[in-house]
Design a protein around this ligand. Structure first.
Ligand SMILES: NC(=O)c1ccc[n+]([C@@H]2O[C@H](COP(=O)([O-])OP(=O)(O)OC[C@H]3O[C@@H](n4cnc5c(N)ncnc54)[C@H](OP(=O)(O)O)[C@@H]3O)[C@@H](O)[C@H]2O)c1
Length: 209
């Protein structure tokens, strides 16, 4: 599958590596344009290509948003995202005190920026170094990644990608309810857990307000 990635920092580049290792194609993008990513895609190998942000969105069967949450309003507008499976990996964490106190989950704001997209929230709860180090563990040692979303088929597609890169997908619910369960500050956030531990933890987590 070709996966467009918007944002080529810690998370975007880590995911690009995991996806290409798993046999997927990647179109990696940042606001500075494809030339700025030449050496990055060379390191990633032949399955990785650099593009501008619009190309990453247009060419990706799935589009991963790995840009700072505060920059979401610069995402392409119009119907470019309509019908796309969009993975929202952003968190407002660390941007500003105001953002940490948002009245809605980050995905609700992201969904407004990508009209018609089928948004799934995942890759947001684990630090990029853990993501890189823990990918591909076997059996009971396999770590969980939480995902939230409203569209069951989009969720299944993204759960498949989570499995492809060597994690166990654990469904937290709808974009709003699940998003509240896995937002920064909750017991599901930034704590590497095996699938069994994750399911146990999830059973006791109420959506944060
Ligand atoms: N770091 C983590 O462990 C972690 C874990 C889970 C989720 N997240 C979330 O993932 C997102 C990225 O985090 P990060 O640590 O990877 O940040 P980062 O290392 O600072 O990388 C951000 C990337 O996004 C690009 N970017 C900035 N504005 C953009 C725009 N308007 N359109 C397209 N690309 C843009 C940046 O390009 P330039 O270099 O040109 O500015 C850079 O390539 C954040 O929302 C963060 O909360 C991070």
């Amino acid at each position: 599958m070709d996966i467009g990635i918007v944002g080529a920092g810690n998370i975007g580049t880590t995911l690009a590596g995991l996806f290409t290792d798993a046999g997927h194609g990647v179109i990696l993008s940042d606001p500075r344009g494809p030339q700025s990513l030449e050496s990055t895609v060379e390191d990633l190998g032949p399955r990785a290509h650099a593009g501008d942000v619009e190309e990453a969105v247009r060419l990706g069967s799935v589009v991963v948003l790995a840009l700072p949450f505060r920059n979401r309003e610069s995402l392409p507008s119009g119907d470019l995202f309509a019908g796309k499976v969009v993975v929202d990996a952003t968190t407002p964490d660390g941007d500003s005190a105001e953002m940490l106190d948002l009245p809605r989950t980050s995905s609700e704001y992201i969904a407004e920026q990508v009209p018609g997209a089928r948004v799934v929230k995942t890759f947001d709860t684990m630090h990029w170094e853990s993501l890189r180090e823990a990918a591909g563990r076997d059996g009971e040692d396999r770590l969980a990644l939480f995902l939230a979303g409203d569209d069951p088929r989009a969720k299944a597609t993204v759960a498949g990608l989570v499995e492809d890169v060597g994690f166990a997908p654990v469904d937290t619910g709808t974009l709003v309810e699940g998003g509240r369960r896995q937002r920064p500050g909750t017991d599901l956030y930034d704590d590497p857990l095996t699938e069994a531990e994750a399911r146990d933890r999830l059973s006791s987590v109420e959506p944060s307000p």
